[in-house]
Design a protein around this ligand. Sequence first.
Ligand SMILES: Cc1ncc(COP(=O)(O)O)c(C=O)c1O
Length: 373
Amino acid sequence: MQFIDLKAQYAALEKDIRAAIDGVLAHGQFIMGPEVRELEAAMAEYVGVKHAIGCSSGTDALLLPLMAWGVGPGDAVFTTPFTFIATAEVVSLLGATPVFVDVDPRTFNIDPKALETAIDEVVAAGELRPRCVIPVDLFGLPADYDELRAVADSHGMLVLEDAAQSFGATYRGRRAGSLGHAAATSFFPAKPLGAYGDGGAVFTDDDELAARLDSIRVHGKGSDKYDNIRVGVNARLDTMQAAILKVKLAAFPGELERRQVAAQRYSQRLGNLVETPVVPDGYVSSWAQYSVLTDRRDHLQAGLKAAGVPTAVYYPKPLHQQTAYASLGYSTGDFPVSESCAARIISLPMHPYLDEATQDRVVDAVAEVLHAA
Ligand SMILES: Cc1ncc(COP(=O)(O)O)c(C=O)c1O
């Protein structure tokens, strides 16, 4: 059994993927070839934004807008400790300071009320300037952007949506990727829209920001790449990955439907055994992960492993407890919801090619392990 079955997806899309790869081999424009712009146009339309800017990873998709906004030393950037390190890492790389804010226990996403409190504390301390918030759409479920935008607007702060896991999700009729001043997504192979290597994209409606991002991803280029008008990076999306992603994007709406069916089926069958994920009214998750909570997480994971069911724990250690962030001075107990989730969460196999028989094997194994305890 696969945790995320990329081989099954390849079997379904093989002909078109091979043709797309052959197309790139034939024209030979491996860097910024036509498929990059074609993919960007298709993604912008799907997400419902004016601009999609392809880049080399989800991490760079977070870094580029922060660079474009000039985020740096003295700036406070608020995010949750219950995320992948990349969300905070880009802030530190630019010399700004990550300020952690606990999550909502139902959605695992940043708590807008806790954000307000954290901003007030930073203002009162008087050392840092509240500049930006990076809400993370964890496991594919968007954060509460209406609430978050209200808090951010009242402090003149920017919102960078970390949509690495939520491509395809919707929030009150708007797609993930369109919910902040800019958004970052990831095409890491295991993501809802995954490439065959690293890749990412930034989405925005802001024309000026889009132009800056287009420059920064190619060494701060001006009229051409040897005219350098700002300090940038090499963060381009490979043509080959763009060609593959174009094929996968065409198949994506159907895959997203299948994820909804699988998630619903899990929730119907697992509700008496574990705490199943909450999707508030008006939200649609992209189900990057199907994650449940149980006090007997380690027991469940070991039992499922013995039964041949692959699982994963996202994330076993919140960022404020990571060695890399020891210098920020946080302590265990500072973010009790994140810490409790980290101790109790486990993700089950989830992908669009999960058939009912396999899913039933997962559910039966969960029941057996938890009842046998
Ligand atoms: C929430 C979150 N943010 C950022 C990233 C970084 O994306 P990438 O691995 O493409 O750099 C990931 C993915 O790993 C992620 O899950």
